[in-house]
Every structure is written in C-alpha cells, then in structure tokens.
Design a binder for this molecule. Structure first.
Ligand code: 5AD
Ligand code: SF4
Length: 478
C-alpha cells in the first residue's frame, strides 16, 4: 500500500474522493434548499471530528438561508475545514486555497472562509498574506458564523478563533453531508486535556468538555427514526467522557453513556472512537459485552511499542500497561478486533526502539492501523523540548517497515475469518461494482458480497466469508 492509499483508507479523504460525494450532496441540498437560498460549498480535511463539525456548520448556515452545494462554481460561500495534525495536511489546505483563488476571480462576490484547526494557528498569516480569505473561524466559534458572514458581506475581514470551555453544540441538529443514510457520527465531547507531546490538538481545539448525554441520546433516536442504523460516538478521548448534571450533581461516565445510547434500539449499532489506553476501563468492556448492538471493535492507539518513547510522548502508560489492556479485551470480549495509531521516528527513537513498535503490532495482532511518520508541530511539548533528530529517510524507511508488517498482520487477521459468518449492516454499493453491496461487520471490517433482491442499504444480512485481502472480506449472503 502506498502512503496515499493508506491515507484514503484512514478516511483522510483525498479531494477527489470528497468530490465523489456529489450525488449524495445533491440530496442534502434538495432536502434543505428553499427558493432564494444562497449556496455554500465545503471541503473537510482531517479527523472524523472535523467532518462531524462541518455538519454542525451546515446546520448553522441553514438557519441563515444557505444550502449546501457540491458545485463550487455556483457557490456564494466557499469553506475549507482544516486540519493541523501533520505538516502535510496544512500543505494540502494551502494548495486548495490557490484553487479557490481562481474560482473567486470568476465569482467576485463569493466569500472564502477558513474553518477549523488551522484557524487559530494561522489567523494572522491568513488575513495578512492570503488576500482572498474573508473569514477565519476556529472550531468553537461556529455559532458566530451568521455575524461573521454579515461583516464579510460588507467587505470586512472577519476573525473569531476564541476557544471555549463550554461549547458542545449540544442543541444543534447536524445537517448530514455526504451521507449514506445508514451510518452517522455523533460528537459527544470536544477538545482534549491529554498533553501528548507530539500533538497539536489541545492547542487547536482547546480544553476537554463533555456534551449533555440526553442531547446525545435524542440525536441517536432521531437518526434511528430517519432510517440510520449505526452511530459512531466521537471524541478525542471518549473514555474520559464525564458529564455532571448541573441540577443534581449526578455524573454520567462513558460506560453509562454507551449503555444509554445502546438502549435507543437493538437494531441501532453503536461504535465509538477514540479510546485512550490509560483511561479505557473494564467497566466499558463489560458494557460492550452486555449489548449485542455495541460493536466489538476498539480503536486503541499505542503510538509506540517502546516504554522510553511512550514516556517522551507523555502518553502516561508504558508497554506492560498497554499489553495488560489488550489482555483485558481478550478476556472480556474475546471476539473483539483492536486497531491502532502508530508514529514512526519520534524524537530520539533508536533502531531497537523501532523494533519494539514492530513487535507490538505482531503481539497485539491489530486488525489495522493508521501509520504516520512523526511530523513536528510548532508549539507542542516535543517541539519545545526535544530535537526532531531522526532523519527523514530513516523515518520513511521505518514507516514502510511498519506498513509492510501491519499489512501482513491485517491479511492474517482477515484470513482467520474465512469460513465464519458475520452479521453485516449494508451501507451501499461496493466501490468496484454495482452488483455488489458493501457493509461492515461488528469488528469494523469491510465486507463485500453479491446483492440479492429486496435488500437495501440499512438492512442487516448474514454473510459467510470465503476470501480475504488485507483490507476487505469477501463473502456470500446465507
Ligand atoms: N506527527 C505524526 N503523527 C501524529 N499524530 C498526531 N500528531 C502527530 C504528529 N505530530 C497521529 C497520532 C494520533 C493520530 C490522530 O495522528 O498517531 O493518534
Ligand atoms: Fe482533527 Fe486533530 Fe486534525 Fe484538528 S488537528 S482536524 S482535531 S486530527
């Protein structure tokens, strides 16, 4: 797998892939458009949280008469929801802004806005150097969009990058963009209080705060009523979800929230992401075991297999702790799949320490991983304290070794499923052929199988697996 292919697999969508959403986007547009509406065009980069935020932005814009369009040339407002996690993500955004510049020449009245994680970091530069940018809006300031757009329409350059300690957008009902009508994200918390030394997120998204659980359950119920059959609860660190009832003082933790959402309906699947090894409790694992509709899949990023590097990363666990968490999963949820995030070539990483990362991939038997070369981010703990001293070629070579091993482990993991039968939720046509459906099993593996009559996206089917690649299971409805 090339790195580019890997990015696509990870849902770090390429621009082309984002554009392929046009048909679905049109549906969203038709659903929400009224005569005289203005149109906005939005591109999103980065994590699932960012895609989820774009749906909140769409809901706020709808209130002021903007409907989504997938045709940039007919848009009155061009938005880019940005990511800062690695340098490459930021480069992509800059390239896209050059493209928007040519569009704007043909549509002089159109406004261009930069949203999301790059806003805070680069507000000065955007407004001073990027003459085409009219709006810069940080992730906690989307409610201010109507006001900011108003100012920009009058020719002012508008900025709001204030981070909040309270904002969760709890009362906003997201407009689903690029949706398959079957699976949806629900954001359950914002920000992050972990100080992983490599990570820019605490700076771009601010302090951690949890959303009112009743608004989360209401959103899940509404989605189910509209035909959705799977929700993914999103947070940077879902295990530290904690909501205190302001009236009674009663506290809801993540395990309890998971149970509340699972009780929405037995036919509504529940997933969540991301878990942190230091916080993932047995209580959560036992809750998962009690409910068939909570998917048996945990994304539990290890980052490195070496305890010294984990300490430098400020992950606050070591390798034995991580291994113990994996054992707990095997004990309580024997059928669960576990996936990971891995960083190659963090500051001062030696060859032996890199070998430890390879060995934990093998030992933990990850079903898949998102794998990255370390990219120093300005302002982070690591940028201030440690030298980014692993040469670029060495990082690349280590990353390639990690990808090669993970691909082999994923293939082995998938081949072990041959002969098994899984319940699969149909998501839509497979990418390759309209004669095949695709959908996921509980373990989050993509399953492709020939269609049968009277079945549609949103239906559950049982599929027996007869073949596997490192990324997909192939089967037949039984
Ligand atoms: N360089 C490389 N990878 C990073 N990640 C976060 N920050 C960096 C960085 N500076 C990775 C981590 C995280 C995932 C979302 O992105 O693996 O879990
Ligand atoms: Fe998401 Fe982090 Fe990128 Fe922000 S910087 S979009 S939180 S991955």
């Amino acid at each position: 797998m090339t790195h580019e292919e890997q990015m696509v697999e990870q849902g770090l969508k390429t621009i082309d892939e984002a554009r392929q959403g046009s048909v679905l986007y049109k549906e969203a547009w038709e659903e929400t458009a009224a005569p005289g509406d203005k149109r906005f065009y939005i591109e999103s980069y980065g994590c699932q949280m960012n895609f989820s935020d774009s749906e909140i932005v769409a809901a706020i814009l709808r209130e002021i008469g903007y409907a989504p369009t997938r045709n940039i040339e007919e848009s009155d407002l061009i938005l880019i929801n940005t990511c800062s996690i690695r340098e490459k993500a930021e480069e992509t955004v800059r390239k896209r802004l050059r493209v928007f510049e040519t569009v704007k020449k043909q549509r002089p009245g159109a406004l261009v806005g930069v949203l999301g994680c790059m806003a805070e970091r680069l507000k000065k530069r955007f407004l001073e150097e990027e003459k085409l940018v009219d709006l810069v809006v940080g992730p906690d300031a989307y409610r201010d969009l109507p006001n900011l757009i108003g100012g920009a329409e009058e020719g002012q350059r508008m900025v709001n990058v204030l981070l909040s300690r309270e904002e969760t957008y709890a009362d906003i009902s997201p407009v689903r963009l690029d949706s398959n009508g079957v699976t949806a994200f629900i954001s359950i918390m914002r920000g992050c209080d972990n100080m992983c030394s490599f990570c820019v997120v605490p700076f771009t998204r601010g302090r951690e705060r949890s959303r009112d659980p009743f608004s989360i359950v209401a959103e899940a119920q509404d989605l189910f009523a509209r035909g959705y059959r799977e929700v993914t609860l999103l947070g940077q660190n879902v295990d530290s979800y904690k909501w205190e009832n302001p009236e009674t003082g009663a506290v809801v933790n993540f395990a309890q929230l998971l149970e509340m959402v699972a009780q929405t309906h037995p036919r509504l699947r529940v997933r969540f992401s991301t878990s942190h090894p230091k916080d993932m409790t047995d209580e959560v694992l036992h809750t998962m075991a009690r409910y068939d509709n909570i998917c048996k899949y945990i994304h539990l990023p290890v980052q490195s297999g070496n305890s010294r590097i984990l300490a430098l990363m400020n992950r606050t666990y070591d390798r034995p702790w991580y291994e113990e968490r994996i054992r707990a999963i095997r004990r309580i949820l024997p059928e669960a799949a576990v996936s990971s995030d891995i960083i190659a070539g963090f500051c001062t990483e030696t060859e032996e320490e890199h070998q430890d990362t390879l060995s934990i991939i093998e030992w933990a038997n990850f079903s898949m991983s998102y794998m990255f070369a370390y990219s120093e981010r300005p302002g982070t703990l690591a940028a201030r304290k440690y030298a980014d001293d692993v040469p670029e070629e060495v990082k690349k070579r280590r990353l390639n070794e990690i990808i090669r091993l993970q691909t082999a482990v994923s293939l082995r993991h998938n081949q072990a499923d041959i002969g098994k039968t899984f319940e699969v939720l149909i998501e839509g046509d497979s990418r390759r052929s309209s004669r095949d459906f695709c959908g996921r099993n509980s373990q989050n593996k993509m399953v492709v199988f020939p269609k049968k009559e009277n079945l549609k996206p949103g239906d559950y089917v049982h599929v027996r697996i007869h073949d596997a690649t490192s990324a997909t299971l192939l089967g037949e409805i039984v």
